[in-house]
Write a protein that binds this ligand. Structure first.
Ligand SMILES: Cc1cc2nc3c(=O)[nH]c(=O)nc-3n(C[C@H](O)[C@H](O)[C@H](O)COP(=O)(O)OP(=O)(O)OC[C@H]3O[C@@H](n4cnc5c(N)ncnc54)[C@H](O)[C@@H]3O)c2cc1C
Length: 295
């Protein structure tokens, strides 16, 4: 029986694991990958302590730190969480507490033939830079993710077009940078066309754009299907937490992007993970002992 099972190996779950292990709580982290969405930007420019750092390096170093402290990691998809009298079952692993830190998943456009070309012409983030070398790439979206993808493919892709249906929502500095090399089309995407290879994007105004690759960057949503209503969610599917990262179910905590905490940033997820771990420690130890320097 674990003291805590963490679901998700992004920066939120990993940061929590360091704090839990430093309290010597028996901790298992179950995840699909290490790093989650912090791996996506080639460089992160706003993580305190670094002017500029490759995204993947932040969670990787936290993972190494946690493993040195005795963290156990299993790579599997969590499909089910069940509540028993005084413990929880996560897949088939049992624990006294659960920390949900599973982030968000990319949103799908739901255009015709999107399924057909998923992973075979259509990606939801930059997969590997070689894939786009000298190619005609269309990026769909109007926010920071779309503009970040464009910036990162500048000088690699042959031609980049952002297809956006709304006003730009990305940071002004990023928009200005991308405007200098990118084409823009203001329209909705109706259909993806091609035989066994993606060849065109059909817009709702009837225009067709020739493409080799498409990156859909229209935001992220919570994939809560495995929770089975065990915890309360807000109207956009985020797990509602209080200021101690407690959910509506005693013993289940949540932190980071999957939670209702405002602002989704790596440093915020890291801090929330630490906070959740300290709250779990107090819950398990029944301790009124103070765990920080102030009290
Ligand atoms: C393109 C882009 C650029 C960004 N740039 C910045 C930036 O410059 N600076 C910044 O601070 N933030 C940036 N962000 C936001 C930042 O990446 C997120 O806020 C942060 O990664 C959230 O961390 P998290 O640990 O809460 O969730 P995530 O990073 O999403 O991690 C979730 C983890 O849960 C795992 N998981 C999910 N479902 C399951 C399941 N069912 N079973 C097992 N494991 C599961 C995943 O594999 C993953 O490891 C950016 C985001 C994007 C998309």
């Amino acid at each position: 029986m674990y003291d805590c099972i963490i679901v998700g190996g992004g920066i939120a779950g990993l940061s929590a694991s360091v704090y839990l292990r430093r309290k010597e709580l028996k901790t298992l982290l179950i995840t699909l990958d290490i790093g989650g969405r912090t791996n996506l930007p080639k460089y992160i420019f706003n993580y305190p302590g670094y002017d500029k750092i490759e995204g993947y390096k932040i969670p990787l170093s936290v993972k190494e730190q946690a493993e040195a402290l005795g963290l156990e990691i299993k790579y599997e998809k969590v499909k089910e969480i069940k509540k028993h009298d005084d413990y929880f079952l996560v897949n088939n692993h049992s624990a006294k507490t659960v920390l949900l830190a599973f982030g968000k998943a990319p949103r799908i456009l739901n255009a015709e033939n999107e399924d057909k070309f998923m992973g075979n012409g259509i990606d939801y983030n930059i997969v590997n830079y070689q894939r786009y070398k000298s190619k005609k790439v269309a990026i769909i979206g109007a926010g920071n993710s779309a503009f970040t993808s464009a910036r990162e493919l500048n000088g690699i892709a042959g031609e980049i077009t952002i297809i956006h249906r709304s006003e730009f929502k990305a940071d002004e500095t990023l928009v200005n940078e991308v405007k200098s090399f990118c084409n823009f089309v203001n329209a909705n995407v109706r259909e993806f066309k091609g035989d066994n290879k993606l060849r065109h994007v059909l817009l709702d105004n009837g225009r067709e754009i020739k493409v080799d690759n498409v990156i859909v960057n229209i935001g992220f949503e919570s994939d809560n299907s495995f929770l089975n209503d065990i915890v309360g969610l807000n109207d956009i599917g985020e797990i509602i937490i209080n200021d101690r990262c407690e959910t509506s179910e005693k013993g289940i905590y949540a932190c980071g992007d999957c939670s209702s905490v405002p602002f989704k940033q790596s440093i915020i997820s890291a801090g929330e993970g630490a906070k959740a771990a300290l709250a779990i420690y107090q819950y398990l130890s029944g301790s009124k002992l103070k765990t920080d320097w102030v009290h």
